[in-house]
Structure formats: C-alpha cells, structure tokens
Design a protein around this ligand. Structure first.
Ligand code: NDP
Length: 352
C-alpha cells in the first residue's frame, strides 16, 4: 500500500519540481485565455522507472514486487481513486442535475495547482502511464524469474506495451488537443480511471499470462501480432499528428504525403484529407488494432482474458465517437453534415 502511495506522490512531486517546458494548450480557462501547461512527462517517467530499476538491481525491492503485491496495490489504487474523486468534486459548484452524475463526470474542467506546474489531467495521465509501465516490467520480471520455459510472447507484449506508453508520453503536447482535455471534466471517470483502472486493467492479460508457461506459438504468429500493432500505431499516431499539425499550423498545405484539404465556412475548418478522409475516427481503429496486436502477442487467443482490453476499447470508443460526432455537429453545424457525406464511415473505412 505504501509503495503505491510513494509512486503516486513521487510522480506528483516530480511533475511539480522537475524542469519542463511551458506551452499553450487547446482548452480555455474561465477568462477565455488558452490554458498554459508545464510539460515534463518523459523526464518524470524516466526518473521513476530508473529508480525502480536501480532499487531492484541493488536488491532493495524485488523485481516482481508489483506482481507479488498486485492485489493490495489494486485495492489501494481503488481507494485513492475514490478519495481523489470526493476531494476534487464535492467542494466545487454543481454542474449536472444529480450528485451521482457530478461525481462520475466531474465538476471542474481543468483544475491546476502551484501556478499551473501541476495540472490535474496531465498528472492523472502520467501517474496512470507510469504505474502501468511499472506493472508491465514487474509482471514480466515475475515470468522471467519463475519459468524455465519462458514465453517470447510475454516479452513481445512487454516491448509493444512499453513502446505504446513511451510513445504516448513523448507526444504529450499532442494530447492537449484531444477530447479529454477539451470536453471532459475531472471526476470519478478520469480520476479513478487513471489511479486504478488504467494501470491495473490495461495489462489485465499479463495478470494471467505472467504465471503461465510458454504456449509455444510459431514465430510467424508473433510477427503478425507485432505487425497488427504497428499498423494500428501508424493510424492512431498519424491521425493525431495530422490533426495537431492542422490545428497548430493551418497555413501548411501538406502533411507528409497527404495534401491538407479542408471544408471551410467562415472561421470553421474541418479536415477531410489523409487519415481524416479514411473515416471520421480512424485513430480509434488504430487504437483497436494496437489492442488486438497486444492480445494476440501473448499466444492465448482462445482465453477470454486476452480480449478484455480490446473489448474495453470497443465499449469506450464506439460511444465516444458517437458523442464526439454530436459535439462536432453542434460546433460545426452544416459543415459537419458535409463532412459526414464526404466521409460516411465512423471508425472502420468501408465498414462502420
Ligand atoms: P480525437 O483526437 O479524434 O479528437 C476529436 C476532436 O477532434 C473533435 O471533438 C474535434 O474537436 C476535432 N476533430 C474531429 N474531426 C476533425 C476533423 N475532421 N477536422 C478537424 N477537427 C476534427 O479524439 P480523442 O480525443 O477521443 O482521441 C485522441 C487520441 O487518444 C486517439 O488516438 C484515441 O484513439 C486516443 N485515446 C486513447 C485512449 C486510451 O485509453 N489509450 C482512450 C481514448 C482515446 P475540435 O474541432 O474542437 O478541435
């Protein structure tokens, strides 16, 4: 319990005190100015992971401490998530019609402390990602330490997931332009989600696979798993970067091989080329493919637990796309109808 608290408090303290770059976000504060963010996620992440490696290498903690203590840590994370939700929601003015809705969705849009050095959303995503990486490293170490016939799939899974997390943290500025930062408030969904759900559920397949022997899948299987993962990464990262370039440098006429074509009406502009011409949320397809590649890499395709993480993405992203369409229709009006006619599919090109 204390180890988890130490990780969470350390991330908060490091985020506030370590040097970072100040950037303008995409969301506005209550006075109509762009919110400023203090970004140092990669440095905080590197310091925490290096500390874990140093402590484990010198025998102060076990390499698989987060696996051995996983249930106590999960219970602690659940309690921290609930306590955080109550502390951030209850003192703020009411927003929704019911208290339950306020607790779940939150009241405050973008709480920041210490003059902006600590932003609630940036902190929550960083603490979730860092703890997830610690779980992945530690669970993989458990597999390494306890099995003679080790599964290459476990190491592939750990490598792909580490890539996913490092990539996510490296592009932290791009995330300021996403739905969470613009449309969501800080409550149980985000707070409990990042303290408890993100670090412990995302690697749910490894909870099972870490303690299983090598399923002996063919190396072509592992190669195809990695291929599916990276195909997803190209779609998700490509789409996110293209939109980021479109929003931050509207004068640019091309994004890599793609012409930046947009529907324009007054000061409203909707991107219709490149990734955004394939489907209206091809980045969500990318996310689903990455989750599928991860599920396959472990080599237990008929086990239900392999598919918990991809299924969670379907449950998260399908309603999110529908909600985002509604939000964009309100914002862009007839321009969005035109976009829907030009790009009729929601997530999967030609299919859905
Ligand atoms: P998007 O990045 O797709 O952002 C949606 C917003 O982008 C819209 O509200 C609109 O906002 C703008 N937009 C949408 N279409 C266009 C267009 N054609 N032209 C111009 N602007 C457009 O979605 P998310 O923020 O949900 O996701 C961001 C990334 O995070 C994705 O890759 C997603 O898959 C990933 N993600 C990851 C999760 C995880 O747990 N790993 C969970 C959820 C998301 P506006 O016009 O106001 O700018």
């Amino acid at each position: 319990m204390l180890a988890l608290l130490v990780v969470y408090v350390t991330v908060a303290v490091l985020q506030a005190v370590l040097p970072g770059r100040w950037v303008d976000g995409y969301a506005f504060d209550s006075s109509g100015r762009r919110l400023r963010y203090h970004l140092n996620g990669p440095l905080v992440f590197a310091v925490v992971i290096a500390t874990y490696v140093a402590l484990a290498a010198t025998g102060v903690i076990a390499w698989d401490v987060f696996y051995i203590e996983r249930f106590a840590m999960l219970a602690t994370a659940v309690a921290i998530g609930v306590a955080f939700t109550l502390a951030i929601v209850l003192p703020a003015p009411r927003v929704h019609t019911s208290l339950l809705k306020d607790l779940y969705l939150g009241r405050l849009e973008n709480p920041q402390w210490l003059g902006g050095r600590l932003d609630a959303k940036m902190f929550l995503y960083l603490v979730g990602a860092t703890m997830l990486e610690l779980c992945i490293l530690s669970f993989t170490a458990h597999h390494w330490l306890t099995h003679h016939h080790r599964s290459p799939g476990v190491f592939l899974y750990a490598a792909l997931f580490t890539f996913f997390i490092v990539d996510y943290i490296s592009f932290e500025r791009v995330h300021l332009y996403t739905y969470d930062f613009v449309a969501e408030r800080v409550g149980f969904k985000l707070g409990w989600g990042c303290f408890a759900f993100y670090p412990f559920f995302y690697c749910s397949a490894l909870w099972f696979a870490a303690d299983l022997p090598n399923p002996h899948v063919h190396r072509v299987w592992l190669f195809v798993s990695a291929l599916i993962f990276f195909a997803g990464w190209v779609l998700a990262r490509g789409a996110n970067l293209q939109k980021f370039a479109f929003k931050t440098h509207p004068e640019r006429t091309a994004f890599g091989p793609f012409a930046q074509r947009a529907l324009v009406s007054g000061d409203k502009r909707v991107l219709i080329s490149g990734f955004w011409g394939l489907s209206r949320h091809v980045n969500y397809l990318g996310e689903l493919l990455m989750a599928t590649g991860l599920a396959l890499s472990l080599g237990y395709p008929s086990a239900f637990w392999s598919w918990l993480y991809p299924l969670y993405y379907v449950a998260l992203l399908v309603p999110r796309q529908i909600d985002d369409d509604r939000r964009c229709k309100e914002k862009y009006g007839p321009l969005w109808d035109e976009y829907q006619r030009a790009v009729p599919k929601r997530i999967i090109p030609f299919v859905y």
